[in-house]
Design a protein around this ligand. Structure first.
Ligand code: ADP
Length: 586
C-alpha cells in the first residue's frame, strides 16, 4: 500500500510541476503577444507624433499619454540608451535615469528590430515583462519604444493555480489512500483469514473452513482451498476407517500377527501375539530380535527375509505359560514400502495336549487290556497244556479266566461310559431326584461289599426332604463309584459316611471314610483317568483306574465340580457338588 501511495504522490507532483510550467509559459506567451500587439500600436502612434529633435519634455509627455492609453509603462529610449520619456517617471527625473543601452530587450531590439525580456525589478519588487521595438525614422533616426508590464497578476494567477493544484494533490492523495485502503482491505482481510484457516488445518484442526468467498480471485482461491480441505478430510476419514477396521480385525484375531517392513523393522503386532510370546509391549520401529528371544521364531523370520516366500515352523515358548505355536511367515510385496513380511502365530498348545492325551490314552488302554488278556491267554494255554485233566486246576484256571473277563468287561464299560460323557452324545437327562431314595438305592448296591469288609455304613440327610434335578442314572453311578472306592480302600472295620445337603444353591454329596487317606502330592492328579496311588492294590480290588475320572465327568456335564479332602492316616472325603435345580418338593 505504501508503494502505491508513493507512486500516486510522485505522479501528482510530476503532473503539477509540468502543469505549472506549461501554464506559466503559456500565460507569459499570452502576455507577450498582447504586449507585442500593443507595442505595434504604440510604435505607430509614436511614429506619427514623435519629431526627432524634440526634447525630453515632449517625449515624456507622449510616453505619459501612451502609458495612460495602454495601461502599461511606456518608455522612449534613444539608440544610445538614454531615456527620453517614461510614463511612470515625473518629467523632472527622466534626465537622471540610468542608461538603458545594456538592457537585454533594448540590445535585442537594436539588433533585430524587436526584443523582449522578463526581469525582476528591484525598484518595484516584482517581475516585469519588457517588450521593445525599434522605430526607424525617415531620416535614419532611430528611437526605441519599450513597454513594461508587471507580471504580478500573472504570478498571482499562477500562485492561485498552484494553490488549487496543491489542494487537488492533497485531495488526490487522500482519495488514493482511501481507495488503496479499501482495496487492500478487500484483499488482505480474506488473505489473512485464509492464512489463519490454513494454519489451523496444518495444526490438525481439519474442521476449519474458509466459508466466506469474496467475489475476486481470493474467493476462487478460498473455494479451491475449502474443497481441498474437504477432500483431505474425506481421505483421512477413509484412511482412519480402514485403519480402525484393520485394528479391530487384528485385535479380534485369535492368531498372533506380526508385520515387518522391508528393512526388517517391526511395523505392528497384535494383542494375541504379545500374549502368546509374553511380551509387555511391541514398540514399532524395532528389530524383532530386540523385542523377542525365541530363537526358532527369529530363525523363521530370517529365512523369510533371506528370500523364502513361505516359512512354516512349529515353535515352543519358554515363558511362564509354555506354549506350542505354529508360525507361518509370508513375504508380502507392497508397492509403496517394498516387500515386507507377515508372521501369523497359531496357538496349538491345546491341540498338542489333546494329541498327547490321546496317545497316552491309547497307551494306557493297551496296557490295561494287556494285563487281563495275558492272564486269560496264560490260563487258557495252561488248561490246554494239561491242566484240563486235573479238575482242581481246571476249575482254578476257569475261575481266573472268568475273573479277568469280568475285569475286561468293567474296563470296557468304564471306557465306554467315559467316551459317552466326553463326546456329549448323550447329554444328561435331568429329572427329580429324591435324596433319600438315591441314598437308599446306592447303599443297597454296596451292602454286600460293605459287609464283606465289615464296614460300617452311615448316611446323613437333611431334615427337610431334599429333591433336585439331575440325570439320576449318572448321579447314582458317580455316588456308587465314590462309595465303592471308600469301602474298598478303607479296608476292614472302617466307617463310610454318605451325606447329602443343600447349601448356597448347591447340592453337596459327600462320601467320607476312615481309610488310609491320600498324600497331598497325589491329590491334583486323582481325577485323571488311569491314575492310581497304588496300582497293584487298585488292581487287586478290581479297580479300573477310571472311577474318579467318570465322577469328574459326570459333575462337569451337570455344570458341577468335584473336591477331595484327604491326608494320610486321616481318611478321605470326596465331594460331588451339583448346582441345585430345586423342583419345590418330592
Ligand atoms: P480305581 O479303579 O483304581 O479305584 P479310581 O479312579 O476310582 O480308580 O481311583 C483312583 C485312585 O484313587 C485309586 O487307585 C486310589 O489309589 C485312590 N483312591 C480313590 N478313592 C480313595 C479313597 N477313598 N481312599 C484312598 N484312596 C482312594
Amino acid at each position: 500500500m505504501g508503494g502505491c501511495l508513493v507512486v500516486v504522490v510522485c505522479t501528482l507532483v510530476f503532473v503539477a510541476v509540468v502543469m505549472e510550467r506549461s501554464l506559466s509559459s503559456h500565460m507569459l506567451e499570452l502576455v507577450r503577444s498582447s504586449m507585442q500587439r500593443e507595442i505595434l500600436t504604440v510604435r505607430e502612434v509614436v511614429r506619427d507624433r514623435w519629431r526627432p529633435g524634440e526634447g525630453i519634455p515632449a517625449a515624456d509627455r507622449l510616453a505619459d499619454e501612451l502609458g495612460r492609453i495602454v495601461g502599461s509603462r511606456v518608455t522612449l529610449i534613444t539608440p544610445q540608451g538614454k531615456v527620453l520619456g517614461d510614463s511612470r517617471m515625473p518629467q523632472g527625473e527622466v534626465p537622471g535615469m540610468v542608461n538603458h543601452a545594456d538592457r537585454p530587450e533594448i540590445v535585442q531590439a537594436m539588433a533585430q528590430g524587436e526584443g523582449s525580456a522578463v526581469r525582476y525589478s528591484s525598484t518595484l519588487g516584482f517581475d516585469l515583462m519588457y517588450t521593445a521595438l525599434r522605430l526607424d525614422g525617415p531620416n535614419g533616426q532611430k528611437l526605441l519604444v519599450r513597454l513594461a508590464l508587471p507580471l504580478s497578476q500573472v504570478q498571482q494567477a499562477l500562485s492561485r493555480t498552484r494553490g488549487l493544484v496543491l489542494w487537488a494533490m492533497f485531495l488526490g492523495v487522500l482519495l488514493s489512500i482511501g481507495v488503496a485502503y479499501l482495496v487492500a482491505r478487500g484483499i488482505s482481510r480474506p488473505v489473512q483469514q485464509l492464512t489463519r484457516t490454513a494454519a489451523s488445518i496444518a495444526a490438525g484442526d481439519l474442521s476449519r473452513r474458509f466459508t466466506r468467498y469474496p467475489r475476486h480471485e481470493i474467493g476462487e482461491l478460498g473455494r479451491a482451498f475449502d474443497q481441498m480441505a474437504d477432500n483431505l478430510q474425506s481421505t483421512i476419514d477413509d484412511i482412519t476407517q480402514s485403519r480402525d477396521r484393520l485394528e479391530a480385525i487384528l485385535r479380534g484375531m485369535v492368531e498372533g500377527v506380526l508385520v515387518i517392513d522391508n528393512d526388517g523393522y517391526v511395523l505392528l503386532a497384535n494383542q494375541a501375539l504379545m500374549k502368546m510370546l509374553e511380551l509387555k509391549a511391541v514398540p514399532p520401529g524395532r528389530l524383532p530380535s530386540e523385542i523377542m528371544r525365541n530363537a526358532d521364531l527369529l530363525e523363521a523370520l530370517d529365512e523369510a527375509r533371506a528370500g523364502r516366500e513361505y516359512v512354516w515352523r512349529e515353535i515352543k515358548t519358554l515363558g511362564a505359560t509354555p506354549r506350542h505355536l505354529e508360525a507361518h511367515v509370508v513375504r508380502i510385496s507392497g508397492e509403496a514400502s517394498g516387500p515386507g513380511m507377515v508372521c501369523v502365530l497359531h496357538d496349538i498348545t491345546e491341540r498338542k495336549r489333546l494329541e498327547k492325551t490321546r496317545r497316552d490314552l491309547v497307551a494306557n488302554v493297551s496296557h490295561e487290556l494287556r494285563t487281563p488278556l495275558t492272564a486269560v491267554r496264560g490260563a487258557a494255554e495252561t488248561l490246554l497244556d494239561g491242566a484240563l485233566d486235573s479238575p482242581q486246576y481246571a476249575r482254578h484256571f476257569a475261575e481266573l479266566i472268568l475273573r479277568q473277563s469280568h475285569r475286561l468287561e468293567r474296563l470296557v464299560q468304564d471306557l465306554m461310559e467315559l467316551a459317552r460323557l466326553e463326546s456329549g452324545e448323550s447329554p444328561p437327562r435331568p429329572r427329580p431326584i429324591n435324596a433319600a431314595e438315591l441314598t437308599d438305592s446306592v447303599m443297597e448296591a454296596v451292602t454286600d461289599l460293605a459287609q464283606a469288609q465289615n464296614t460300617e455304613l452311615e448316611r446323613r440327610l437333611p431334615r427337610e426332604p431334599l429333591v433336585f434335578a439331575a440325570d439320576a442314572r449318572q448321579v447314582e453311578q458317580a455316588v456308587l463309584n465314590l462309595l465303592d472306592n471308600a469301602i474298598k480302600y478303607t479296608g476292614q472295620a472302617g466307617r463310610v459316611t454318605l451325606a447329602m445337603e443343600a447349601r448356597d444353591q448347591e447340592v453337596i454329596i459327600s462320601v467320607s471314610d476312615t481309610g488310609p487317606g491320600i498324600a497331598a502330592e497325589y491329590l491334583p492328579r486323582l481325577f485323571e483317568r488311569f491314575f492310581r496311588v497304588d496300582t497293584n492294590r487298585s488292581r487287586e480290588m478290581g479297580g479300573t483306574g477310571l472311577g474318579l475320572a467318570i465322577v469328574k465327568h459326570i459333575a462337569q456335564v451337570h455344570h458341577g465340580r468335584v473336591e477331595v479332602d484327604s491326608a494320610p492316616g486321616r481318611g478321605s472325603t470326596f465331594r460331588l457338588i451339583l448346582p441345585l435345580v430345586n423342583l419345590g418338593g418330592p
